[in-house]
Design a protein around this ligand. Structure first.
Ligand SMILES: [Zn+2]
Ligand SMILES: [Zn+2]
Length: 168
């Protein structure tokens, strides 16, 4: 898939109706120390074949405990950071796309297998696997979702918002 195709898929989402609040919480809810509008955060896969840039303030950060994230990321839960599609750019290579169900696109590196992104027809924002950022330390998850699938060996930060599935 050409870079343009990947990007047009993402850009399609701009026009989609906003769904649950997690899909695009107001940036005002993100703690102030998170990236400013002018910051750029780069990231990429394990081998470096795919690189991306995330510009401006992320729209949200959340931990998802669903079984799909557990499998795709290969750990107890995935910490996602959201970006408006216009603020997200693939800067090197091109992610392979896995469609786990219609309208859902997981981006990953075909060379090293790193999971990088999630985009979907029902999602306004592009989600980036926070751990693939070059410096993930600025990310401040505010929410745990899909706790119905949480593994017993995962300890929760009780200070974060909790949802058994997605927020209504
Ligand atoms: Zn790679
Ligand atoms: Zn998930």
């Amino acid at each position: 898939m050409a870079n343009e195709d990947w990007f047009s898929l993402i850009l399609d989402n701009i026009t989609k109706e906003r769904g649950i609040s997690l899909r695009g919480e107001p940036t005002g809810e993100i703690p102030g120390e998170m990236a400013s509008e002018t910051e750029t955060h780069e990231g990429g896969c394990f081998c470096g074949a795919v690189r991306y840039a995330l510009r401006g303030k992320p729209t949200y950060s959340a931990n998802c405990h669903c079984r799909s994230c557990q499998r795709a990321i290969g750990t107890g839960y995935a910490t996602w950071t959201g970006a408006k599609p216009e603020n997200f750019e693939i800067t090197r290579g091109q992610p392979a796309i896995y469609k786990s169900s219609p309208g859902v696109r997981w981006g990953y590196c075909r060379d090293c297998g790193t999971s990088l992104t999630y985009a979907g027809d029902d999602w306004t924002d592009v989600a980036v696997v926070s751990a693939t950022l070059d410096d993930p330390s600025f990310v401040k998850p505010t929410t745990n979702v899909f706790l119905d699938h949480k593994q017993p060996w995962v300890a929760l930060d009780e200070g974060l918002r909790k949802y058994q599935r997605f927020p209504d």
